[in-house]
Design a binder for this molecule. Structure first.
Ligand code: FES
Length: 372
């Protein structure tokens, strides 16, 4: 197969974060990860990515504003011709810092909220950040940036979806991404508490459609459907090693931000390997490219080119086999495990009791989960 260049470079600048979100997609063992790349390393990564043809740059974390060289990184991205997008919780985005980032050439900001209510926003992130996020939304608008608001949806906030959309419109977002939780990393740990019911999802989609009509031409609404309830796998990261290249804070080059947990796979580090070699030649990137790696039921499935077998991380987490069909697919021999979790979520939502307490992301929990 022909391997094209990575079009999206996601620079996960740091795993450090002032928030403690229960659905965080950073690895659960983030607190045991080695040192972050230096400024010079990041600048080299940007140059190498651009030489390969990457055009979109995501600057994420953790909280990328905790890096005090963010302005330097943005300036280099601008000089190289990237379209740069800052993915932030808003913590640390003062008016001064926003002005400096604008001057450095930052193109776009994605601001996350946990909910439309102060209580739930602050509860889910274990911080008092709701008011701050509202102020930051205004700072983003003052700089003239297009603003995407991102809200991760789950059982605890999905019933507020109408108010969430309304709030995004009031704050002047151009676009809202309502992303149903993907259950890996911290969200997998908290899955029993976070998985919504079928009824909640149906209502949420209907409310979203009503708001789409109301806000037509003013704000775009993107609803990411949850795959546990659909019986269909999604083409994760648009296909392994086909478009997205993530560089983790310690320099590990990855096809998706959680792939490092997959056993028996090695991924190169940009401290020792060029981005080009990592992308084209490394075992990790080539392992699940295309369809050649598949086994049944994927290998003979008529949908294999559409979904590419689904998410490798999900296959590993649920079936303990990264080469298996994504268990959310109804053809997977492990699909019963997904159905059981969904049924349990329905029962728990009815009784409002789950056996699993929420685990907030923090270094202590991370070390415990990593067994360190
Ligand atoms: Fe890793 Fe889907 S999140 S392949």
């Amino acid at each position: 197969m022909t391997i094209g260049p990575p079009l999206w470079l996601l620079a996960e600048l740091t795993y450090r974060c002032p928030l403690h979100c229960v659905f965080c997609y950073n690895p659960v063992d983030y607190a045991t990860q080695p040192e972050e790349l230096s400024t010079d390393d990041w600048l080299r990564v940007l140059r190498e990515g651009r030489e390969m043809g990457a055009v979109q740059l995501g600057l994420s974390g953790g909280e990328p504003l905790l890096r005090d060289d963010l302005e330097v990184i943005v300036a280099e991205a601008h000089r190289l011709g990237y379209y740069s997008n800052l993915l932030t919780s808003g913590v640390g985005l003062t008016a001064e810092r926003a002005a400096a980032l604008k001057a450095a050439g930052l193109d776009h900001v994605q601001l996350s909220f946990q909910d439309s209510t102060r209580e739930m926003n602050d509860f889910l992130s274990h911080t008092r950040t709701f008011e701050l996020k509202n102020r930051v939304a205004q700072i983003i608008k003052d700089q003239g940036w297009p603003m995407v608001m991102n809200v991760v949806l789950h059982r605890l906030n999905i019933d507020h979806i109408g108010r969430i959309i309304e709030m995004a419109a009031e704050l002047g977002a151009e676009y809202i991404e309502l992303a149903n939780t993907q259950y890996y990393s911290w969200a997998f740990v908290n899955r029993a508490q976070l998985l919504p019911t079928q009824e909640q999802l149906k209502r949420a989609e209907a409310v979203t459609d009503e708001w789409r009509d109301k806000l037509e031409g003013r704000m775009r609404i993107f609803f990411v459907a949850p795959d546990y309830h659909e019986g269909k796998a999604k083409k994760c990261v648009n296909g392994w090693g086909s478009m997205f290249l993530t560089v983790a804070p310690d320099g590990t080059a990855l096809p998706c931000h959680t792939a490092k947990m997959l056993p028996g796979l090695s991924f190169p580090n940009v401290r020792e390997t060029s981005l080009r070699t990592a992308w084209f030649d490394s075992e990790g990137f080539n392992r699940f490219r295309g369809t050649g790696w598949m086994k049944e039921p994927c290998s003979s499935c008529e949908h294999k080119e559409e979904d590419l077998g689904g998410c490798r991380c999900q296959a590993y987490l649920i079936a303990q086999d990264a080469q298996a069909a994504d268990p959310v697919c109804r053809k997977s021999p492990h699909h019963d495990k997904v159905l059981a979790v969904v049924a349990q979520a329905e029962a728990d939502a009815r009784t409002r009791i789950t056996e699993h307490p929420l685990v907030f992301r923090d270094p202590k929990a991370s070390r415990r989960l990593a067994g360190a």
